[in-house]
Write a protein that binds this ligand. Structure first.
Ligand code: MG
Length: 379
């Protein structure tokens, strides 16, 4: 039996992870969960999986049929991450934002394998996380569909032979709009993503293409491939989840229906490919299209390459300015195109050159940047 901890368990990835656990209940036992503000949903999940430790966002009474340990807030997340029950344990991080960073760190230090859906962990602190993983001898597997696909395509291969990784992008909710048409788009329009159903933060990141920029940085860390050997391509059907091109011209692609249960099951049971209830892909009549993903159309993608090329804390600066800007957009304080302006200004600020690359500094400057950008647009 492997103990499972899921933070962000009531979100989109969290509930789909619980679906997979339900299917493999002979292999996995849920030990710890963190749940969001919807207490009715939280209670349903708790009563079904009966975890020993539960983290809630804020202090609330839950009328339960048994007595679990209940902890709260960011500190509670760390208690879930450090809890221990089984010899083998996996920590599924489905939190959104930099608040996902420290729970990953604590879970690694508690010798848990990591199944990672939280993008910010690797974007802001990739090198630190990688050396921790190595030190503690744990395994980190990606839950994102693109990275899961690349992991598939690298099986049995020598990384020396990789010419480039090709990450596919569906194009987000505004993919058919011109730059001019983006001036007055609303959050409601942005939140209607054509292919994937996701949380609001990631849906906006998909519309700006910052999500793809983060995925480039994550792939660079996950697979030890230089970022200049990682390309992106527009692929509206979301059937090819990503590709790896080798030096002899062979391109391996992982294809399948757009269903997150598949990468979640692969991350939890890597490298097994056994049956899982998902939408099967019908190949007959399938048409696949690929187009250039233009950095003029999607400047946030360019900013991600720029931030990772500057190195140090710049990916954290990129993330914090994006996190604040998306929050402002979702709260009706700025327009859609202001998001990229805010990020541009921050990543071109030379003062961050002098900051040391450490967890403390990354968290400190991230909070500083997020607060100062939000204050600037205070109503
Ligand atoms: Mg993705």
């Amino acid at each position: 039996m492997k103990g499972v901890y899921i933070v962000g368990a009531s979100g989109s990835i969290g509930t789909q992870t619980l679906d997979v656990i339900r299917e493999y209940h002979n292999e996995f036992k849920v030990v710890g969960l963190s749940l969001g503000r919807d207490l009715i949903k939280a209670k349903q999940i708790i009563e079904e999986f009966k975890p020993e430790i539960i983290c809630l966002r804020e202090k609330k009474e839950l009328d339960l049929s048994y007595k679990p340990i209940i902890v709260y807030g960011d500190e509670g997340l760390l208690k879930v991450a450090s809890y221990h029950k089984f010899d083998k344990e996996v920590f599924v991080n489905a939190l959104v934002g930099i608040s996902g960073l420290m729970p990953t760190v604590v879970a690694i230090n508690s010798k848990k394998d990591i199944a990672l859906a939280n993008k910010e962990t690797l974007v802001v602190a990739g090198d630190i996380i990688k050396s921790l993983i190595k030190d503690k001898g744990v395994q980190l597997t990606p839950i994102d569909s693109e990275h899961s696909a690349i992991l598939e395509c690298l099986q049995g291969e020598n990384k020396k032979d990789v010419k480039r990784l090709i990450i596919t992008a569906s194009g987000g909710s505004f993919r058919d709009k011109t730059r001019e048409e983006l001036i007055d788009v609303t959050k409601e329009m942005a939140l209607a993503h054509p292919n994937w159903s996701m949380g609001s933060k990631i849906t906006i990141d998909s519309a700006t293409m910052m999500n793809k920029g983060f995925e480039v940085i994550e792939a660079h860390h996950l697979f030890d491939i230089p970022y200049n050997k990682i390309d992106t391509i527009l692929h509206k059907e979301s059937i090819v989840h990503s590709m790896v091109e080798y030096d002899d011209g062979v391109i391996k692609a992982a294809i399948g229906s757009a269903d997150m249960h598949t990468p979640i099951a692969y991350a939890l049971r890597y490298p097994k490919h056994e049956h899982i209830t998902n939408k099967p892909l019908n190949l007959i009549g399938l048409n696949l299209h690929f187009e250039e993903l233009s950095m003029d159309r999607y400047p946030c993608l360019e900013y991600a390459y720029y931030a990772v090329s500057r190195g140090g804390v710049y990916p954290a600066v990129l993330n914090a300015s994006n996190e604040a800007a998306v929050w402002l957009f979702l709260n009706d304080r700025i327009k859609f195109l202001d998001i990229e302006k805010i990020i541009y200004d921050e990543i071109h600020n030379d003062k961050y050159e002098s900051y040391d690359y450490s967890l403390d500094t990354i968290i400190k400057i991230s909070n500083q940047i997020m607060n100062s950008i939000k204050e600037r647009y205070e109503k």
